[in-house]
Design a protein around this ligand. Structure first.
Ligand SMILES: N[C@@H](CCC(=O)N[C@@H](CS)C(=O)NCC(=O)O)C(=O)O
Length: 205
């Protein structure tokens, strides 16, 4: 198995964390960001979007990080990260899609300005609007986590992976955060997982 993507990409982290939860053997190849390579013909043949991550497992080549998390979980983690019951699985799917469609746009507006830009280059208004929108959206997860220990349900599963990657910067950077005790307790549970610490909790750059 091969996984392409630099370690500090949130979308790559999802796949590496998932693969490590399942103790899979894979080769990781640095591309994207300072490593470049995304416009190379060979890479575009694998992922015509020119984005990371990309995964190859036998004859299967996949792009889209959530699809990779679903694939790895279904193929190697049924009963652990992937629930055979369609209703239980739909709950995990819901949070994965929600993280991408609802959280990622404000997250990018906030994160890019807060982390990737030097203060004089920041769009402070977009950064603050992103932070506020993110806080409102995260409150939805906080409410759910008041009733269950994991987004996926009673146990940790694939539905926890995308949001788990996104909340790391939210909790670790010095920013204003409205209190969300249930989300914070869930984040504490994730931090007990060695694969989470190894793959997600790396210096924020
Ligand atoms: N929806 C895609 C988004 C992929 C994406 O936007 N990847 C970013 C990194 S997180 C990327 O390739 N950026 C260019 C780069 O790193 O050079 C997915 O989830 O895989």
């Amino acid at each position: 198995m091969k996984i392409w993507g630099r370690l500090d990409s949130t979308n790559v982290k999802k796949v590496l964390w998932c693969a490590d939860e399942l103790a899979l053997d894979y080769q990781r190849i640095d591309v994207g960001g300072r490593f470049g390579g995304l416009n190379e013909q060979d890479y575009r043949a694998l992922n015509p979007n020119g984005l990371i991550p990309c995964l190859q497992d036998g004859d299967l080549v996949l792009w889209e990080s959530n699809a990779m998390v679903r694939y790895l979980s279904a193929r190697y983690g049924e009963g652990r990260l992937y629930d055979a019951d369609p209703a239980a699985r739909a709950v995990a799917d819901k949070w994965m899609d929600w993280a991408t469609s609802t959280l990622v746009p404000p997250y990018i507006a906030w994160f890019i300005n807060r982390v990737r830009k030097a203060p004089p280059e920041r769009d402070d208004e977009a950064m603050e609007k992103g932070r506020q929108t993110l806080a409102r959206a995260l409150a939805v997860a906080d409410q759910t986590l008041a009733r269950q220990p994991y987004l996926s349900g009673d146990r940790f599963a694939m539905g926890d992976i995308p949001l788990g990657c996104l909340v790391y910067a939210w909790f670790e950077l010095d920013i204003e955060r409205p209190p969300m005790p249930h989300l914070e307790a869930w984040y504490g549970r994730l931090r007990k997982r060695s694969a989470y610490r190894d793959r997600v909790m790396i210096p924020i750059t």
